[in-house]
Design a protein around this ligand. Sequence first.
Ligand code: SUG
Length: 419
Amino acid sequence: MLREINFDGLIGPSHNYAGLSLGNLASARNAGGRSFPRAAARQGIEKMRANLRLGLLQGVFMPQARPNHAWLDSMGTTVQDAEPRLLANALSASSMWAANAATVSPAPDTMDGRCHLSVANLMTMPHRSHEWPGTLAQLKIAFADPNFVIHGPIPAPFGDEGAANHMRLCAEHGAPGVEVFVYGVAGGPFPVRQHIEASQAIARHHGVRDPLFVAQSEAAIAAGAFHNDVVAVANEQVLFAHELAFEDQQRFYAQLRARLPNVDIVEVPDSRVSLADAIQSYLFNAQLVTLPEGGMALILPSEAQENIRVWTWLQELIARNGPIRRLIPVNVRQSMANGGGPACLRLRVVCDPATVDPRFLVDEAKLDAFANVVAQYWPEHIDPSQLNEPEFWHEIETARTALLKAADLEVLSPPLQPA
Ligand code: SUG
């Protein structure tokens, strides 16, 4: 029985606003501000809890070991000696955005009938480029069952940002799907993070039967859509996209209709919601989910409710009685301030839940246990000046250790550092 499981990255104790992500407008805007890791993690846990209460299956990934001593060592320095910018890169909690962890091709889409996952190299941004070994370690444990195949990262210089640039359209989750790999060619003043060579390599590794390669529009990247999931989201037969999301939108729609005649394309016109509004509100960075009772819901950031043009358009969408029936705003403001909405925080995997290591699946009781660890150990706030304080490094390492214990995942502890 194949089901969709959303695996959320639990927001780590080092969550801070160092402004590390060029092209991500929220990250730049909030650079240097005070962050609230305890509240951030609580918001993420409450989102998972709300999804469980909707009857959805929920999984989790652990935050990574920060500071990343191994990465600093590979750069010929240490946490004590690294210059501040490098140290901030080594301290980032960015693995919370699990949509960037990997690209997932579920079993019905692949030639060998297994579910393939490729860990993303995230090589465009220094603070994210050292995530993949920690992610790979978790994927190998969570999906150790022979129904899964785990692939390593695509080699440099081909940037890959995982599921944030990948959509799957299908009649229902367990049916064969069209996999859409969205890549960038140009981004105005901003870097392109997903390269077509990486997307093609992943489609080959996974043995995807029906891949489509589609260019993201330069206008969208230049407006701050550093990932495609900031301007489009798909679920089963529904594609929900901004009018200016893709370089050759009509051609893409025609290709999709040819493969999936029942595809339901819900396009938001630029005249109603501009790219700037879409990126400010993160309306498309919603989790578009199929509810157990039928119909779909958009789990949106509360910022979408606060933008009058966005919310008015969404109200009209619901009134149409189309496939999207419910709007569910959630508060993930701490993550949003770094450019991460509800959809960034999760990786979707369609599989038989019985084949997943249960330590990566959550119920309310487990979320309660995690929430207790967060309340007890996560820093209440972080100011940028604290990032170079040894007490802070110790505090966040102790916090993660407590969480790994609660999750029965001490196996993810880093090797002990020489004194
Ligand atoms: O890669 N922010 C992340 C946000 C990722 C959002 N993910 C998706 N759209 N799927 C990024 O830009 C901010 C880090 C900082 O500034 O400290 C950051 O990495």
